[in-house]
Design a protein around this ligand. Structure first.
Ligand code: GLC
Length: 848
């Protein structure tokens, strides 16, 4: 008898939980009292006042005194911008001076989709319900419940693990965590914002409070998120949108977007703890140029300072900073210097003396200045909750700027404090009793302020740029941050290790940060701690070339981690990917324009782009870089083949022009030196000839590589401006749309405020399968469009042998933008508006 071996199982979310944390975060045990809110009934809502933002706050419930608190608690709820609702719970005035929310001018009264508010303070938004309020002096708890289906939860910024946050408790508490093994949480950045996807509906929840928070994401009840906030007030913003993209737009509408960086910031940065003395810096810069490696920045870690005193120079190692920086500038390098918040306790040191005399450092409750310890030994911490302190700190940057420093790297700003210990302060940060004086004049404890400390520091630096380098956009990277960090700084993911596991976790970590509003993100390429192997370095480098912020950095005790330190093959690979990065600069820069104008992340998980495709819900190691490129980096050792799942549509192998139909699994060859990379059918990629740095004058035109979709159509765009400065905000930019349709190329200026630095356009239409050596696969052609490969193409035969591929003794580098094309499918035109015909080699498609 014929047996049916299939076993049908019901959907079980637990099966999808692959986390194996060894140390689970748990909120401390507390006894909570249920919070009851009086409801005044429909139509009785009163306007309780206008928030600092100018938005009216509606009080849904009369103030009520809880037994265990002397103060009244109230809850209010307001409609915000379209699709955004705020629920405020708290004791009267929220300390608005540290609000990270930029309120949009539009205001919409929140009217009942809160059907249930008459009976209980439950806020219902579609299939989501907020309720089960609990209070314990010093902590509030509430639950976000999904009434129907098991939600998918993404976001929460910089976290270890998969993109889907379900099945774990996450802590929001900025921490200097040097060894982020999978179980470790929290890390340096806290962004209490998450996407909740229920079937095809998308919501966002942002819990705005910089005190410690715990997010229990469906650990015990698969339909519930329980959130604890260690404070007496909180603002919850609920957002709804048709897609994750729309939810993110609403969130960045509240907290701000990543501004367009100067173009040099998107070039390659070389760093080490530390290049010192100055001769070493010159040597490193010289190696780059000698080896013809494109690069824009050398970063100075703490050893440029005099005994780690912030805003000083080591007179012996760096006796003449201006001439060093001038020389570097002559060879095309900008300098980014590290700045830490800890000010050395030294009565001879002017920054310490000045801060002390003005009362700018954080104090203990009895008013004495708190002394912790960081790199310089005993140190005090500026109180960045006050404008006067921020202004002072911003002004101190003059010392760096006047010598020619171009950008700042804010580190240790959780703030780290080495005086912690495993019992008393295992998070090695300053004690919670410290006071933040705040701009309102009401001092609060650090327990309430902690996650915003770095925000104050980053604001101060930004103000320093505006005041002392007003003609520049300012380039700032930070280690620590809170929601809204993107307005002032990009984020790098701190002290990782030269482990494959950390390369692997960097992918979802950067993606999670990106969809939490922070577009300018990157990891320490090669790993910060420990020695990278040649193979790991090569793989990490290929990946980082396709991340928004591209920097190599390593600790003081590792082997050299520069591109040339691992032998000739790695040098060739790194040069290849640097050249590729630089040639794609027009595309990358345009993606950053979209970040500023629309809050669109540069790096995106696939579910974000195709939320309806269930297969993408758990894809953690592939992503979109800009609108058209899909990268699937190899993150495991000794791997020569990579499995990829391609979403719907047509996909072109970037290196070989092989076409794949989407919604399919593929095994692609990925020898060392080859990053699996695909171009979305329907795209037009603008690129240029690579330069040694972004300051080199361009020669030659712009290239447009056209990758038609099944209907023989494609579109792309190009943004260009002065690449530094603020002219673009006054319309001094050009935005050019490119449209290809069945052999016709249209060039249309959407904005014409800047003369593009290229005068010609070299257009190439890809046909899919043209030109490469080797046999073709079985293919089909639909409706005159490109040809689609239905099988694993034979030119990536599994039997393919390269001599010693893993030991990097022989590396064959793939050619970008696919292979040479025939004379057809090419066209040179001026970069002015107009429509042009292009002869596309249809035969090349059909002969396959
Ligand atoms: C911290 C930073 C690291 C830096 C080091 C010395 O560990 O995360 O990047 O190199 O301090 O300044």
């Amino acid at each position: 008898m014929k047996q049916d071996n299939r076993i049908e199982i019901e959907e079980d979310k637990d099966l999808a939980h692959t986390e194996n944390p060894t140390r689970r975060t748990k909120p401390p045990a507390r006894s909570f009292t249920e919070l009851k809110f009086e409801d005044k009934g429909p139509g009785k809502d009163t306007v309780t006042g206008t928030a600092a933002s100018g938005v009216q706050v509606y009080n849904l419930c009369a103030p009520r005194t809880e037994k265990n608190t002397k103060k009244p608690l109230y809850m209010s709820c307001s409609g915000h911008a379209e699709g955004v609702y705020r629920i405020r719970v708290g004791e009267g005035e929220v300390p608005s001076s540290w609000s990270v929310v930029e309120l949009p001018p539009a205001f919409e009264v929140f009217s009942p989709s809160l059907e249930e508010r008459n009976s209980s303070p439950e806020f219902v938004l579609g299939p989501l319900k907020i309720g089960k309020w609990r209070y314990n002096p010093g902590a509030l708890r509430f639950t976000l419940e999904s009434v129907s289906h098991i939600p998918r939860v993404y976001g929460l910024g910089e976290k270890m693990g998969r993109l889907d946050r379900s099945g774990r408790v996450w802590e929001m508490w900025n921490t200097d965590e040097p060894e982020h093994v999978p179980s470790r949480d929290p890390l340096y950045v806290s962004i209490p914002f998450a996407f909740v996807g229920i079937e095809n509906r998308w919501f966002g929840i942002f819990v705005d409070n910089p005190a410690r928070q715990y997010w229990d994401v469906a650990t015990s009840n698969q339909k519930e998120l329980t959130i604890d906030v260690e404070d007496d007030y909180l603002d919850i913003y609920l957002m709804e949108g048709a897609s994750p993209r729309e939810v993110l737009r609403r969130y960045t509408g509240l907290t701000g977007v990543t501004p367009l960086p100067p173009i040099w910031g998107l070039g390659y940065h070389q760093s080490r703890y530390s290049y010192s003395p100055d001769a070493e810096v010159r040597r490193v810069a010289g190696e780059f140029r000698k080896n013809e490696l494109p690069a824009d920045v050398i970063q100075f870690d703490i050893d440029y300072m005099n005994g780690y005193r912030i805003f000083t120079w080591d007179k012996e190692g760096f006796p003449d900073p201006p001439s060093l920086i001038d020389d570097l500038s002559d060879s095309g390098f900008k300098v980014v210097t590290i700045v830490d918040p800890g000010v050395k306790v030294d009565p001879e040191y002017s920054v310490y003396r000045e801060g002390l005399s003005r009362g700018y450092f954080c104090t203990l409750p009895d008013g004495t200045i708190y002394q912790g310890a960081v790199w310089p030994g005993k140190a005090v911490y500026p109180d960045f909750s006050r404008q006067a302190v921020r202004t002072w700190w911003g002004d101190l940057h003059r010392e760096l700027f006047k010598h020619g420093v171009s950008g700042i790297w804010n580190d240790m700003n959780e703030p780290a404090d080495f005086t912690g210990d495993s019992e008393y302060r295992p998070d090695y940060t300053v004690p919670n009793e410290l006071r933040a004086a705040t701009d309102t004049g009401t001092a609060v404890s650090f327990a309430r302020f902690h996650n915003l400390y770095s925000g104050g520091m980053n604001r101060a630096t930004r103000e320093g740029f505006s005041k002392h380098k007003p003609e520049t956009r300012g380039f700032l990277i930070t280690r620590s941050g809170y929601a809204g960090v993107q307005r002032n700084a990009g984020v790098w993911t701190g002290d990782n290790c030269s482990w494959w596991e950390h390369l692997d976790s960097a992918v979802p970590m950067l993606l999670s940060l990106s969809i939490s509003g922070v577009s300018l993100v990157g990891s320490d390429t090669g790993g910060f701690q420990e020695d990278a192997s040649a193979q790991l370095y090569a793989r990490w480098f290929c990946f980082s070339a396709f991340t928004p912020y591209f920097r190599s950095h390593s600790a003081d005790d590792t082997r050299p981690h520069e591109p040339w330190s691992f032998g000739g093959n790695v040098l060739n690979i790194t040069r290849h990917y640097l050249r590729l990065r630089y040639s794609l600069m027009p595309y990358i820069y345009t993606a950053f324009f979209r970040t500023e104008s629309e809050g669109e992340p540069v790096m995106k998980p696939l579910f974000f782009e195709w939320p309806g495709d269930e297969r993408l819900a758990e894809v953690n190691n592939e992503y979109m870089f800009g609108p058209s490129l899909l990268a699937a980096p190899v993150t495991t050792a000794d791997t020569l083949w990579q499995h990829v799942y391609l979403p719907e549509g047509l996909w072109y192998d970037f290196w070989e022009d092989i076409l794949y139909r989407g919604q399919s699994d593929r095994l692609v060859s990925a020898p060392i030196g080859k990053l699996p990379l695909f171009v979305r059918g329907g795209s037009i990629l603008p690129h240029e000839a690579p330069r040694l740095h972004t300051g080199v004058e361009r020669s030659g035109g712009l290239f447009l590589d056209v990758y038609p979709d099944e209907n023989d159509r494609a579109a792309g765009e190009l943004y260009c401006d002065a690449e530094e400065g603020w002219g673009y905000r006054n319309g001094e930019y050009s935005l050019i749309a490119f449209i290809y349709q069945k052999g016709k190329v249209q060039v249309r200026y959407e904005n014409e405020g800047f003369q593009p630095p290229w005068s010609t356009l070299n257009v190439r239409v890809h046909t899919g399968g043209e030109g490469c050596s080797g046999q073709s696969a079985h293919t089909t052609s639909k409706g005159g469009g490109p040809v689609v490969s239905e099988t694993t193409p034979s030119r990536t035969r599994l039997s393919e042998k390269t001599a010693d591929p893993l030991r990097l003794t022989s590396v064959k580098l793939p050619r970008p933008f696919a292979c040479e094309q025939s004379e057809k499918g090419r066209l040179e035109i001026p970069l002015t508006g107009g429509e042009y015909s292009i002869a596309v080699d249809i035969d090349a498609r059909e002969n396959l």
